[in-house]
Design a protein around this ligand. Structure first.
Ligand code: ZN
Length: 334
């Protein structure tokens, strides 16, 4: 029998005392890292629960008063707005109206909470009757989203959001050239100070399922694989990031987050100087909620761990449906 050598270096030494563990914590999660997405719907009298996303609602403008007051009191720094309109058409024209639901919601929020950061999602899929992220065009026997025709619509929509008081514009439709088009359009309209947060790296993910109920944006024909990224690719993510940086994006985003931590890491390593956000999407939220409700996992611990992992991978901040829960958990000192 050979004696087993005793280890000289024992990493467990540093894990014994809770205060020492705390001192050596590399990544910390704070409510200040989180942005809460909100759904505001026109033409409803009272808020409607989103069945696939427990705890979330399609809100009326009147509901915003209470919601925004709570968000502010919890210390959440900002919200991401999605609008669901009273009517839809092929080009989503209602999204451009100065009195559209998003435009009204921005003004409403700014009245209640002038300092709360209001980021608006910029896309067409919540507003088009076909549910795609831009103008559809038939090519031979299939439909495709016309990239360049969509750009002009999105620029117009962005300017109307900026006029209504949006602080940040976040294009989510994965149209090529959108960041350059927006920068030019916003600047020409006098909004040189409005940052662009680009959903630069957005995958064609099945994890968006519950969101489509929330935003009523499921595509009626086909899918979004013709413009969103292939989940198999991460080198391509670097090209998307590089292009959007060249076009003038102020902040990049990776979406979804939890299943794409390697992508977050790669992008942050490649462009450490560029602010990076990540979006923990509806499916990520709903899976944790459902398993927690069944008693299969501890919802709170898994939610906090999932967000910590996203931050550890390299996200500077996170869009998450858990924002209010996290704020309450952290206030309770857990
Ligand atoms: Zn879209």
């Amino acid at each position: 029998m050979h004696p087993i050598p005793s280890p000289i270096i024992r990493l467990r030494r540093l894990r014994q005392h809770p205060n020492l563990r705390a001192l050596l914590t590399e990544t910390r999660l704070s409510v200040q890292d989180l942005i809460l997405p909100l759904f505001v719907k026109a033409a409803i009298q009272e808020k409607q629960a989103i069945a696939a996303m427990p705890g979330h609602f399609q809100l009326t403008l009147a509901d915003l008063d209470k919601e925004i007051t709570e968000i502010q009191s919890l210390g959440i720094p900002g919200v991401l707005l999605f609008g669901i309109l009273a009517y839809k058409d092929a080009s989503g024209s209602a999204a451009l109206q100065a009195n559209g639901i998003v435009q009204q919601a921005i003004a409403h929020i700014k009245k209640i909470a002038p300092d709360l950061l209001v980021i608006t999602d910029l896309c067409c899929c919540e507003y088009t009757d076909h549910g795609h992220c831009g103008v559809l065009r038939q090519q031979q026997n299939h439909w495709l989203v016309d990239n360049d025709a969509t750009l002009a619509l999105l620029v117009e929509q962005a300017i109307s959001h900026a006029k209504a008081g949006a602080d940040v514009i976040a294009p989510s439709g994965m149209m090529d050239g959108i960041v350059a088009a927006l920068r030019q359009g916003l600047d020409a309209a006098g909004f040189t100070h409005i940052p662009i947060l680009s959903y630069a790296i957005k995958y064609a993910s099945a994890l968006y399922g519950p969101f489509r109920e929330a935003a009523e944006s499921a595509p009626q024909v086909g899918d979004r694989k013709g413009y969103q990224m292939n989940p198999a690719n991460s080198r391509e993510a670097l090209r998307e990031a590089q292009l959007d940086i060249q076009e003038g994006a102020d902040i990049l985003m990776v979406k979804p987050a939890g299943a794409y931590l390697d992508v977050i890491y790669r992008v942050k390593q490649a462009y450490p100087e560029i602010p990076l956000a990540a979006y923990q999407v509806s499916g990520e939220y709903s899976m944790i909620k459902a398993a927690g409700a069944n008693g299969w996992i501890n919802e709170q611990q898994v939610a906090l761990e999932s967000l910590l992992a996203i931050k550890r991978a390299g996200a500077d901040f996170i869009f998450t449906y858990f924002a209010k829960d996290v704020a309450k958990w952290l206030i309770d000192g857990i």
